[in-house]
Design a protein around this ligand. Structure first.
Ligand SMILES: [Zn+2]
Ligand SMILES: [Zn+2]
Length: 470
């Protein structure tokens, strides 16, 4: 429609479309399984098709506007930019595992050392032991990364102040950090896309924790895990040798017993030795000795390659940040229709009303008085007053205390009258008054005039109020 100006509800609707498309495309990229099957140009095509369909379906719905093609292009570009790192990382893992050049390069040293042993006339037991050790190298690294990531997740969960509690505790830290940074754009990102903001906050916290703790905590943990693994492998080799000697078995029996014993720690099976001739191995003591002798060198070689960068790259599906995101973000994200505060229910799609202990000044969400000035109401005190609002920019006035009568999302919230207010958002409104006015192109004037006493709150008061109330 020509000349139609987007209203606030339209804006909210478009934002929620964008948030949902971003989330769904994230899931799609995960489901492409790029670290296993590699990147293919059709991945991007599928993403674009999906985005196109969503935008079209949105336009065909009950909306009074159409998107310009720039909207679609910007959306695609921003999603591709977002996904770039995830796709690149996963594809690198795939290449490392599958690219013949990288593979051969990696194997060169292994085969060379085996070849040397041949040249020196080693027995088949020695050669076979050497091959087993080389083949164990990668499963050992994988297992160590996986175990360390698990230990680290527990450690972050108990020692990282922002991540050691529930989502409300995390939100308190997010609000503190935002106040310390005093960055308006970051605030708006948090207010408008809380889930995204929480996720990136968790990623930053975990990455900082790992970097800070790498030499004092992560590295020792990896070394400890590698040592335990070494003991386990040696024990398996020793017991397999005894087992074969007691049962007068052959190398097949030895291998079966060996792989069985290490199977809960390592992804390693008899299949990994397919094509390697070993039926003439008969000196099991020698085989065991070789493993006892060679294994520490392999372990040392692996542990010498542990560093902050490779650690981050190798984690793949065991990433502590993703585990913590799953743990902390699977809850209700519905936002208060007045002030955008997020429902604190810990269950996604829960029964009953949405609710939150502390609502905000509604003007930070662009909420207006009489459609003209930004509002300084706080939901909990508004519902105790005689004031009214116009839902969805219509001309119908609804009393705040009867807000449920506005229907829709208003009817799904439980907002109880409460006059105890958090200084935090009052400080925020004073500190960013100009930015908010510019952002919404409206002012805090008339009935939206900011009370003088709000201006007395310092940043410190704002931060301290979070401790008192949350
Ligand atoms: Zn509210
Ligand atoms: Zn809820």
């Amino acid at each position: 429609m020509f000349g139609y100006i987007l209203c606030k509800e339209d804006g909210a609707q478009i934002r929620s479309l964008v948030t949902d498309v971003v989330q769904q495309t994230d899931k799609m990229i995960q489901s492409f399984n790029i670290s296993m099957i590699g990147y293919n140009i059709s991945c991007i095509q599928q993403l674009i098709d999906y985005i196109k369909t969503r935008v079209r379906e949105h336009e065909e719905g009950p909306v009074r506007y159409v998107f310009k093609s720039e909207f679609f292009i910007d959306l695609v570009l921003s999603i591709c930019e977002r996904s770039n790192k995830m796709i690149t990382d996963q594809h690198r893992l795939f290449r490392e595992a599958n690219d013949p050049v990288i593979y051969v390069e990696k194997k060169r040293q292994e085969y060379y050392s085996i070849f040397l042993k041949y040249c020196h006339g080693a027995t088949s037991a020695v050669i076979f032991g050497e091959i087993i050790c080389q083949k164990l190298k990668e499963p050992i690294e994988q297992s160590v990364y996986k175990k360390t990531a698990r230990d680290l997740t527990d450690e972050v969960r108990s020692n990282c102040e922002s991540l050691n509690g529930n989502r409300s505790n995390l939100e308190k830290h997010i609000l503190k950090t935002l106040a310390e940074q005093e960055d308006f754009d970051k605030y708006m990102n948090y207010i408008q896309n809380p889930r995204d903001h929480f996720k990136s906050f968790i990623r930053d916290e975990v990455s900082r924790f790992i970097t800070d703790q790498f030499s004092v905590s992560v590295l020792p943990k990896m070394k400890e895990n590698i040592e335990l693994l070494q003991q386990k492998i040696m024990k398996a080799a020793h017991e397999s040798t005894q087992h074969v000697q007691v049962n007068r078995g052959d190398v097949g029996l030895w291998l079966k017993s060996f792989t069985q014993q290490i199977s809960d720690e390592l992804i390693f099976s008899e299949k990994d030795l397919t094509g390697i001739k070993h039926d003439d191995v008969d000196d099991f003591n020698l085989l065991e000795d070789l493993i006892r002798h060679e294994l520490p060198a392999i372990m040392f070689d692996s542990s010498s390659r542990f560093n902050t960068n490779t650690f981050d790259e190798k984690l793949d599906q065991f990433r502590p940040d993703e585990i913590l995101i799953d743990h902390l973000c699977q809850c209700c994200w519905v936002q208060c229709p007045f002030c955008k505060a997020v429902c604190t229910n810990t269950i996604e799609n829960h029964d009953g009303d949405h609710s939150v202990a502390f609502h905000r000044v509604t003007g930070i969400n662009g909420h207006l008085y009489n459609k003209t000035n930004l509002s300084i109401n706080i939901c909990t005190s508004a519902v105790a007053s005689n004031g009214s609002f116009c839902p969805n920019d219509s001309d119908d006035k609804v009393l705040y205390r009867d807000y449920r009568r506005a229907g829709g999302v208003y009817a799904e919230w439980s907002i109880s009258p409460d006059l105890s207010e958090l200084p935090y958002w009052k400080w925020f409104v004073c500190r960013f008054q100009k930015d908010l006015e510019k952002h919404y192109n409206k002012t805090f004037e008339g009935s939206g005039e900011i009370p003088d006493e709000w201006k007395n709150y310092s940043k410190q008061d704002a931060i301290e109020s979070l401790d008192k109330y949350l």
